[in-house]
Design a protein around this ligand. Sequence first.
Ligand code: NDP
Length: 315
Amino acid sequence: MEKVECLIIGSGPAGYTAAIYAARADMKPVVYEGLQPGGQLTITTDVENYPGYPDGIMGPEMMENFKKQAVRLGADVRFGMITSVKFDKDGGNHFVTVDGQTEIEAETVIISTGASAKWLGIPSEQRLNGSGVSACAVCDGFFYRGHDVAIVGAGDTAAEEASYLSKICKKVYMLVRRDEMRASKAMQHRVNSLENVEILYNTETDEILGDTSVEGVRVVNNVTGEKKEIPIHGFFVAIGHKPNTDIFKDYLKMNDSGYIITHPDSTKTDIPGVFVSGDAQDFTYRQAVTAAGTGCMAALDAERYLSARGMTEEA
Ligand code: NDP
């Protein structure tokens, strides 16, 4: 069985930053990229708030740079998914299974599995997923060029995606369930200034219409109860994210939403040698730069853990 010093699960800003630090500390990190190599930034467009890029950078390009840097410094980046884990609560080594087949023994594990898009949970959304329903405007907006679309959500993601769609599509209906948006004032200002974006407040999705592809949406005003049908071809969901932490639930403490709880001011969990960085533990900031910061912390925490363990073994 392969044995590694530092196994990193996930390849977003947190995972790659952990890999960069672990590689430079000679921990020979092995990174498993997961289902979405590069993480959530690979499905975004311009990143304007990551320091060091005065003109901004495209998300996928930025993640390619993260990966190149990690590989150049010696990280072993592999395509594959960790499907289950066996963590040792008593300070021994840990075991992870890759793609349901190969088991690897790891002295330290850094969890950087990030978060995934949430869905409304209505049957028509599931039925038409991939046939007009999408949770990524940047990935799928292109297919609705020149058509009318709707987007659900009122946070920064929804506002950013509505703005993106407005450049491609004829008209964008933004479905906001309250009488105000959660997005930052700057983002609200941006969508309000777009002529082909119509914001419908107090509006919820009753049903997405269409047999084999999206033909419309029936919305309901949650104040008046009035229902109406809007013809559209694309339906985008942008209502937040869920942490990808299910495989760790037998071992690690989590909050009600599934975010892993770490010790204060550290990336340590209750299991010696298991650390968490990025959106898997952060429900407050959720930014690329904060994820990268906690990735760095996790690698430093893992290095200190290994040094202390080495000293104990020598003594
Ligand atoms: P948020 O959690 O901030 O917003 C989710 C939105 O979806 C809320 O407006 C919420 O409504 C709405 N919503 C949730 N469930 C439903 C539902 N069932 N039906 C209808 N609407 C629903 O998620 P985001 O993904 O927008 O943002 C996550 C974080 O990332 C935030 O901190 C944000 O600031 C940040 N971000 C920053 C960006 C940037 O700086 N460029 C870009 C994108 C995100 P309600 O308000 O009523 O709860």
